[in-house]
Ligand binder design. Sequence first.
Ligand SMILES: [Zn+2]
Length: 156
Amino acid sequence: MRTSQYDQLDKQLQDAVDNCIEAQSLAYAPYSQFYVGTCILLTNGEMYKGANQENASYPLCLCAERVALSYAAMHAPGSEIKDIVVSTSAKLILEEVPAPPCGACRQVILEYQTRQSQPIRIILVGAHKNVWIYEHIEELLPYSFQPNFLKKNRKL
Ligand SMILES: [Zn+2]
């Protein structure tokens, strides 16, 4: 993991950060008041946004990351994901240190990364648009459950 500042990012990534922050306003978070925005940047330059969607039946809540990943998978099938940008806030004010994706989302990001055989960077946006950059999901999910564990004659 390394940190950087908005001004040091390339224009495309700056746009993804801006889209991510903007997506927070589309969150439906009446229960937690915790607003999460996501912007997925594909290698072809397309971007797909997501925001958390809560439900009175709490287990039905959807995280912003999985909303955006599913949306991108449906609208740009076969495309390669370059970055997942995530911002979190209470009352739409960016947090000094952003919350990372939950464990479920980390596992889902791993699945997409495995499918495309290319690393997916995870970029967290904090106050003043400072960013925390993880070069691949393994930095956030060591010792993960891998798809090859399900194969019959797997090697341990
Ligand atoms: Zn999550």
